[in-house]
Design a binder for this molecule. Structure first.
Ligand SMILES: Cc1ncc(COP(=O)(O)O)c(C=O)c1O
Length: 403
């Protein structure tokens, strides 16, 4: 079996003389050498602004940047014209709340979210609630992580429902949601659909044409590319109608002292100098994953999930949040007898990187009646041996708290 850990320079480092066990992929993924090389090449060979000028460096940079857009489009089954580069998932959702929401929603209109949302898909809508008086409704999540059908029905019964903005995978419950039927239901009622693919994008193949989503967002850094670069996918007809959100260079066709006209294409949504190296690197990350292949990634992750469950049974002081089926290799743990922050600190002393807290999902933690949890989030390159190290260390931390 190929050891994919070797592709990631970060994983060669040690901490306190221990090998690094990186179980914080949901926060940000490490970067494989192929992605680092793409950034390096851009600085060493091109380093120019895009769409700017008739010099060979800028022409090369533009070709690489637009080539990356095509790679990303192919990666999610979209057309190149439907891909907007943003600063990340948060930036994409804010763009939609402002550019679409402010222009299409009125007081009393309902935006439906699930209780499993990250703050990035809550706060922009709360800001719109303060500004416009829209109403937020939440789909309940059951203890097994699935959406509650009754609460879904109730929300779909509301005549003022205008937007469904929903995550494809929970960054706490690890649940992957098959959104097909819920999105189809929304579309049939003329409700705008937005998918937050921040957590699902690195674990499952995505084909935006296979379900009824109008917009979809994700971040490059969770897909093995640099931070500060994300993607907003939008259906072409909807992007055409979306007014520019930020104004400046790169998005205009003409500027006069008292007026301007934006570009007709989707570049109108990419004002200013974009994160060129980030986009090129994201293209390289898509190539890297395509080469490994989705069946291989899923197979490895399923082995990790099963093994994690098995080891979990040996720890009676740990309660897993969420259910077992349809789970990505992401586990939030409620610990008895010690605090998740202490656990994360002490695991860190042994070179094991996890995360503790509410993981920017406070409403979900409130609903689960836990204030914080310890999250271990794995990826295809992790190993069962690393899971052994994690549980062995967790057991000895528990013992040290038992005296
Ligand atoms: C489900 C989900 N949505 C949105 C975000 C926000 O992503 P970013 O901070 O890259 O904008 C995250 C980050 O953890 C997430 O897990």
């Amino acid at each position: 079996m190929k050891d994919y850990r070797l592709d990631f320079p970060l994983l060669k480092r040690k901490y306190n003389n221990q090998p690094l066990v990186y179980f914080d992929n949901a926060a940000t993924a490490p970067k494989p050498q192929a992605v680092i090389a793409a950034v390096n090449d851009y600085y060493h060979l091109h380093n120019a602004n895009v769409h700017r000028g008739p010099n060979f460096l800028s022409e090369e940079a533009t070709l690489l940047y637009e080539g990356a857009r095509k790679k990303v489009a192919d990666f999610i089954g979209a057309d190149k014209e439907e891909i907007i580069f943003t600063a990340g998932t948060t930036a994409g959702l804010n763009l939609l709340a402002r550019a679409w929401g402010e222009n299409n929603l009125k007081a009393g209109d309902i935006v439906a979210l699930s209780r499993a949302e990250h703050h990035a898909n809550i706060v922009p809508w709360l800001q719109l609630k303060e500004k416009l008086g829209i109403v937020l409704e939440y789909i309940d999540v059951k203890s097994d992580g699935a959406f509650d059908e009754l609460s879904l029905d109730k929300i779909f019964d509301q005549p003022r429902l205008r937007v469904l903005s929903i995550t494809q995978a929970s960054n706490v419950l690890g649940q992957f949601y098959d959104l097909k039927s819920i999105l189809a239901r929304a579309q049939a009622r003329g409700v705008l659909t937005i998918v937050d693919a921040a957590q699902s994008i690195a674990h499952r193949p995505l084909d935006v044409r296979s379900f009824d989503c109008d917009f979809l967002v994700f971040s490059g850094h969770k897909l093995f590319a640099p931070a500060g670069l994300g993607v907003l996918y939008g259906r072409r007809d909807l992007l055409d109608k979306l007014p520019p959100f930020l104004g400046g260079g790169g998005m205009i066709s003409e500027v006069k002292e008292q007026s301007f006209s934006p570009l007709a294409d989707s570049l109108k949504l990419e004002a200013g100098t974009p994160n060129i190296e980030g986009a090129i690197a994201l293209g390289a990350a898509c190539d890297y994953l395509r080469e490994i292949s989705w069946p291989a990634i899923i197979e490895r992750e399923e082995v990790l999930v099963d093994y994690f469950f098995k080891k979990l049974e040996t720890c009676d002081f740990v309660r897993l949040l969420g259910g077992r089926s349809g789970r990505l290799p992401l586990f939030a743990l409620d610990l008895q007898g010690f605090h998740p922050h202490d656990a994360a600190d002490l695991l860190g002393e042994q070179g094991i990187v996890t995360r503790a807290g509410h993981h920017c999902a406070q409403p979900l933690h409130d609903a689960l009646e836990v204030s914080s949890s310890l999250r271990a989030s794995l990826s295809f390159y992790n190993t069962t041996a690393e899971i052994d190290i994690f549980f062995r260390t967790l057991q000895s931390i528990k013992k040290s708290f038992s005296f």
